[in-house]
Structure formats: structure tokens, C-alpha cells
Ligand binder design. Structure first.
Ligand SMILES: [Zn+2]
Ligand SMILES: [Zn+2]
Length: 164
């Protein structure tokens, strides 16, 4: 099989564990793939979850090392931290790393998972202007103001009516 044929027939492994020998044989590689969201199921705390994942990768040998650079993007289902509504949003992250040509496998899955795991710490919001829920009645304040009035909050409100 010639290099060209190999390149044409090269199939991106779904688990993103690339054989170093393949990348060296090809003299580098550009590829992209759609991945099963199941690979990332455990990364987020439910109900937050990733529902669609794509990766785009570029490998290039530099002598003793192989550089890998890529982009991961897709859709995720997240619950807003303020109003608790679930929304679907897109995400996109970039990553880069280098691997020794001595290692047998280049584990890009690990790199992608680490990149996505870092985004779990950020606050998820349905929009930057989300007003959240009223801490007293629980009404979604994005839908309008609630019935809670200042006098209800006052400690004297409860005494009102007792001394008529
Ligand atoms: Zn919200
Ligand atoms: Zn309220």
C-alpha cells in the first residue's frame, strides 16, 4: 500500500488513540471526526451533559516529537445556575500538546477529555442577563416581577394586625 492509499483509507479511531507509527508513516495528519457523546458522559454532573462532539486534529512530526493541535466543538445541555432552566448551548475549545515519537500511542481522547473537564467549573447561565429565581417565592424573575413586597420582608410585618 502506498502512502497515498494509506492516507485515503485512514480512518480516525473513535477512541482517538492514534498509533504513533501511523502518524510518522504519513508524515503528519489532518483529520476530523464526529464522536459518540458517551465518551464524555462522566465529565459533567447531571443534568448537564454533552450531546454532540466534533473534533478537528492536526499532527506534525518535529523530529523527536509529534505535535498535536486541535479543536473540539459541539452542543451541550446545561442547567442555568440562576433560574435552573435547562438550555442547549454550543461550546468550542482549542488544545495543543506534544508527544514523544517513542510512545506507541498518542492518546488524544485524554487530551480532549481534560480540555472539556476544565469547562465544568464555569458557571452555566441561560443568558448573561438571567435574573434568576426569587429567593422567597421561587418565581422565575425572567418572566416578570413576583408578588413578594418589601413589607413581607420586614420583621414588623408579622406583628401587623396583632395590635389593632
Ligand atoms: Zn437562567
Ligand atoms: Zn418572590
Amino acid at each position: 500500500m502506498t502512502e497515498n492509499e494509506f492516507y485515503k483509507n485512514y480512518e480516525v479511531p473513535q477512541d482517538l488513540k492514534f498509533r504513533t507509527a501511523d502518524i510518522l508513516l504519513l508524515g503528519g495528519l489532518n483529520c476530523s471526526a464526529k464522536l459518540a457523546p458517551q465518551y464524555f458522559e462522566d465529565l459533567f454532573t447531571l443534568p448537564n451533559k454533552i450531546t454532540q462532539v466534533h473534533v478537528e486534529l492536526e499532527f506534525w512530526p518535529t523530529g523527536k516529537e509529534i505535535m498535536a493541535r486541535g479543536r473540539v466543538w459541539g452542543q451541550r445541555q446545561v442547567r442555568c445556575d440562576r433560574c435552573l432552566k435547562e438550555t442547549s448551548q454550543t461550546f468550542e475549545e482549542n488544545f495543543i500538546d506534544s508527544y514523544s515519537t517513542q510512545s506507541e500511542i498518542i492518546d488524544i481522547m485524554l487530551l480532549v477529555r481534560q480540555t472539556l473537564a476544565l469547562t465544568e467549573d464555569i458557571q452555566f447561565l441561560c443568558s448573561a442577563e438571567c435574573k434568576g429565581l426569587c429567593s422567597l417565592c421561587g418565581k422565575d424573575l425572567n418572566e416578570g416581577p413576583c408578588e413578594c413586597r418589601p413589607e413581607v420582608l420586614s420583621p414588623f410585618a408579622a406583628l401587623k394586625g396583632k395590635f389593632k
